[in-house]
Design a protein around this ligand. Structure first.
Ligand code: ATP
Ligand code: MG
Length: 315
């Protein structure tokens, strides 16, 4: 659920439950460290969804499946799972974070244990950093006490005021517990477009060399992404301890999408509307999207984001 700054209760993750229930739950979680809330992971379902519905993203498919499986196989992980998604707009970053919620909690984003955080909404004033850090720490602590298996999604990291996110660093390391709470079972997802130049350049070079994008490996990209987020003042991770101390489990690169991916998105969308047979619309949408770079026009400038609007136009 979205962090609602207008209601003080929600800062502590107590929405929709009685005070008595919450106090009891906090007590159980603090003492036994076995607080799993209504966590019902379906790893096979996640793998299948990624494989079947996410196009052109072999690294995201592999990394998310492998890291989530590894993490959940460990009864008592020594640190939380921390993934940082990077890539151009419309390439599937938010879609994958939604899939994670759906297959780990059986609901898209409706669970009280999935917390989505949007800087423009929650931290809109740049010079309120100090206050935001205090509030964010209290909020994380409250939610982790309520549910050790909490999922925190920090979307639009490029709009996060610099320095605020570093308060999260103390929750990400391998130490035993923070403030008496077991925090090592939590999952953190950071999402941003920072690093897209690096990813897009490698994707373009690979394409121009006549090789398949599937040949690109994470090692070809991770240093470039790391430098981009660390050195960019608008990455949310500018000179951040989280990068310095290597507190991320993995970067997850999202590649720019080609026309064939856009057409697959269009076909899926049409099928959802009961218009599977409209191949003409698929081709029209593929042709109507803008492609970059100017010379070559290999990749959609908006990924699959503009597909529903184009379908509305052509259908
Ligand atoms: N790789 C993909 N495979 C299949 N569908 C995709 C893919 N990328 C995007 N889509 C479709 O486009 C929609 C928009 O994508 P999404 O919201 O995940 O983009 P994003 O990477 O989060 O972009 P932004 O940086 O602008 O937030 C998705 O809901 C999905 O329908
Ligand atoms: Mg998004």
């Amino acid at each position: 659920m979205l962090l609602d700054t207008s209601l003080p209760f929600i800062w502590f993750g107590f929405r929709q439950r009685s005070i008595k229930e919450c106090v009891f739950e906090r007590l159980v979680c603090t003492i036994s460290e076995s607080c799993d809330c209504d966590f019902k992971p379906n790893i096979r379902g996640l793998e299948w969804d990624l494989y079947k519905n996410l196009y052109g993203q072999h690294l995201a498919q592999d990394i998310v499946s492998e890291e989530v499986t590894k993490f959940l196989q460990t009864e008592n992980p020594d640190r939380p799972l921390v993934l940082s998604f990077h890539g151009a707009s419309g390439t599937g970053k938010t879609m994958v974070s939604t899939m994670l919620g759906r297959h780990l909690y059986g609901t898209a984003m409706g669970s009280p244990y999935i917390h989505q955080f949007v800087p423009t909404l929650h931290f809109p004033i740049p010079d309120h950093n100090k206050q935001y850090r205090v509030e964010l720490k209290r909020w994380l602590k409250g939610n982790l006490t309520s549910c050790a298996r909490s999922i925190f999604i920090f979307d639009e990291m490029e709009k996060m005021p610099p320095g605020v996110i570093d308060i999260v660093a103390q929750f990400l390391g391998p130490s035993h517990s923070v403030f008496g709470t077991n925090y090592r079972k939590a999952i953190y997802i950071f999402i941003s477009t920072i690093g897209e130049e690096v990813i897009n350049r490698i994707a373009l070079e690979t394409r121009q060399a006549g090789r398949e994008r599937e040949e690109i490996q994470l090692v070809d990209l991770e240093d470039g992404i790391s430098q981009a987020v660390y050195n960019s003042e608008r990455s949310g991770f500018f000179h951040s301890k989280i990068i310095q101390e290597k507190l991320l489990t993995s970067f997850v690169p999202f590649f720019p999408l080609s026309r064939r991916h856009v057409e697959r998105c269009a076909h899926r969308e049409l099928c959802q509307r009961g218009e599977c047979q409209r191949r003409d619309v698929v081709t029209a949408v593929g042709g109507a999207v803008a492609y970059i770079p100017e010379h070559g026009q290999h990749f959609s400038s908006t990924g699959c984001k503009s597909v529903p609007a184009k379908i509305n136009f052509f259908l």
